[in-house]
Write a protein that binds this ligand. Structure first.
Ligand code: ARG
Length: 614
């Protein structure tokens, strides 16, 4: 199918053609400078820009272009010293609606085709429970993966799980010294179903209980590590045992990994993010090559000894004091850490995964780390110019009122708790008004609304800012929330369902309004609210392109929110089912349908479900 032309492209083509008719060849091929405008559909200041070269005045050139455009589908009004305010004919805009509606991709092209992007996101650490701090990376990374994929790109999701390093020596040693500590599966776990757990199976509940038990043990181990020098020593030996492949130590480690990854997957499934066990690219997988990586850096003179450690210094990565910061690739004790692992990881992504672009969706506090890693890799020759790595940072997660997000006892909030609270909040908000949903459907809608609310609250925050989670606010049916957008979508669905029912009861016009080739009457005049809605719908592809280049999901959120409001304005101003004529009704139903599809596609790219009824 031929690509669907956007309104702006159409306007550009028409202005270019007019330029071709009245300007010399050297000038007529210039960019027609069509931009969006508050005063008309678009504006252009091409007359100001070319008048001098064309040997005339801006006013005169504007007048000529206006006359050239006159008979066509784009009318120009002159304003100021030579501006053109451009308005597309109503028939041209209805034509665009018909074309978009007939295209399953809603007019969105594939600008990412041929580009392979690694998206590194989520990356929680083994033996710890996922907490609210893991939310931004998980949902922003997922949204970017979805958008890049939808735009035709090849996306490789990579979950850089923290499953290696000295803290595992500490934890395994602690577990060994405290065999009574509860974290292993209880035999009685299966079958003992308690009320109030929704539809969580016993096995799932077991996994989530085990990971929170582990999380507590981890804290206890950390406390002992800080207090007891003997334990520190024994933990060190345990790290050596782990790294040299001691079987009993490895067996415990494997069990920790299994419990943790099962718990993470449970969260991913509940959140509806795309990550699966196949996307796991844990730190431990790079362990075998770290020695070689560091040797190569040393042989190339890039890694030098400093206070017993091997470090890479770069001039372009200075700390707050202006001094070069060291990227420690081998610690004093001979161990390799996070930095060496990230160098090996980057090299793997360039060489084995053949990435063109590598996105690290990691919080802003690691900015310096990534600058140092990219710089070291470039100098080592592991990062050719054709590959573009980017740290995609985000701010902190805060609670109501912008205060630190903590439980009442002052600990971090587990992600599962936040999701439970959001689903409860959504249930309260939805059942607060008449809904008519049968219980099972209500529960599905409530879950979609609660989870969607959390994701939307994160994704609609400008990426560099801190996100604020206030349950009551984020499940509100009004305002810039996921629930509001889901409602807007469901309302359109109900309008279309009503129309289909009415059509079925009208024997003289039996065709269904849900059908793909709804015929539009392009001769109908446009109401200003229809025009505004059409121009907004027309901008969907452009917004997605911006999300893909700027890596900012909040732009898509802002677009969808504006779209939902424009639909409300349209629906208030233009009767649909009671339109003055069947043609007008059908044209407006087409607008409802295109808006519904655009909202559904947009929300899907945010990873948010769209229930048909709410
Ligand atoms: N596990 C890391 C952390 O919790 C995040 C991993 C990010 N990805 C990376 N390639 N370093 O901070």
């Amino acid at each position: 199918m031929a690509a669907v032309v956007a309104a702006k492209t159409l306007a550009e083509d028409l202005v270019s053609a007019a330029m071709g008719r009245c300007l010399p060849a050297a000038l007529s091929g210039r960019d027609p400078l069509v931009r969006s405008s508050e005063h008309a559909d678009f504006q252009s200041n091409i007359a100001l820009s070319l008048a001098r070269s064309a040997g005339t005045t801006p006013q005169e050139l504007a007048r000529t272009l206006q006359q050239e455009l006159d008979a066509g589908p784009l009318t120009a009004a002159r304003s100021g010293p030579g501006f053109l305010n451009l308005t597309l004919a109503d028939s041209a805009l209805w034509g665009l609606v018909a074309a978009r509606l007939a295209d399953p991709r809603l007019g969105v092209g594939a600008p990412q085709a041929g580009i392979r992007t690694v998206v590194d996101y989520s990356g929680p650490n083994i033996a710890k429970e996922m907490h609210v701090g893991h939310l931004p990376s998980t949902v922003i990374g997922d949204c970017l993966a979805r958008v890049l994929g939808f735009l035709g790109g090849e996306v490789l999701r990579q979950n850089h799980l923290g499953d290696w390093g000295t803290s595992f020596g500490m934890l395994i040693q602690y577990l060994d010294e405290h065999p009574e500590a509860p974290w292993r599966s209880r035999d009685d776990a299966v079958g003992g179903f308690c009320a109030g757990d929704g539809d969580m199976s016993a096995a799932e509940r077991d996994v989530s209980e085990r990971i929170s038990a582990l999380d507590q043990l981890y804290r206890a181990a950390r406390a002992e590590f800080e207090a007891d020098a003997g334990f520190v020593q024994r933990s060190r030996l345990r790290v050596v045992a782990l790294q040299s492949g001691d079987e009993p130590t490895l067996a415990v480690w494997r069990e920790l990994v299994a419990v943790s990854t099962a718990a993470f997957q449970q969260i991913y499934d509940r959140l509806g993010v795309l990550l699966t066990p196949r996307d796991a690219a844990p730190e431990s997988t790079y362990n075998p090559v770290l020695g070689r990586i560091v040797e190569e850096l040393a042989a190339a003179g890039l890694a030098v000894e400093s206070e017993g450690a091997l470090c890479v210094f770069s001039d372009d990565t200075t700390g707050p004091d202006g001094q070069p910061v060291a990227l420690i690739v081998r610690k004093q004790d001979g161990g390799y850490g996070y930095a060496a692992t990230d160098l090996a990881t980057l090299r793997h992504r360039v060489e084995a995964l053949a990435a063109d672009r590598i996105l690290y969706v990691v919080d802003a506090r690691q900015a310096l780390h990534f600058r140092m890693v990219f710089s070291a890799a470039r100098r080592a020759g592991w990062l050719p110019d054709r590959v573009h790595p980017a740290h995609v940072p985000f701010g902190m997660v805060l609670g109501p009122g912008g205060r630190p997000f903590k439980t009442r006892s002052g600990t971090t909030v587990a992600l599962s708790e936040l999701l439970d609270a959001a689903v409860d909040g959504a249930r309260a908000a939805i059942t607060d008004k008449p809904h008519g949903l049968p219980p099972a459907e209500l529960e599905r809608v409530v879950a979609a609304a609660g989870i969607g609310a959390v994701k939307y609250a994160q994704l609609s925050t400008s990426r560099g800012k801190n996100s604020v989670f206030d349950i009551e606010q984020m499940v509100s049916l009004h305002g810039d929330t996921g629930v509001y957008l889901q409602y807007a979508h469901a309302r359109i669905h109900s309008i279309l369902a009503k129309a289909a029912k009415a059509a079925a009861e009208r024997p003289e016009e039996p065709e269904s309004h849900e059908g793909p080739d709804r015929s539009l009457d392009t001769a109908l005049p446009l109401h200003p609210a229809e025009r505004a809605l059409i121009l907004l719908l027309d901008g969907f592809a452009e917004v997605l392109g911006e999300v893909a280049t700027e890596l900012e999901p909040h732009r898509l959120c802002g677009y969808l929110f504006t779209l939902a409001k424009a639909f409300t304005d349209f629906y208030g101003a233009c009767p649909v089912l009671k339109a003055a004529s069947p043609q007008s009704r059908d044209n407006r139903l087409a607008l409802c349908q295109l808006t519904g599809k655009t909202l559904a596609q947009g929300l899907d790219l945010l990873g948010i479900q769209t229930p048909q009824r709410m």
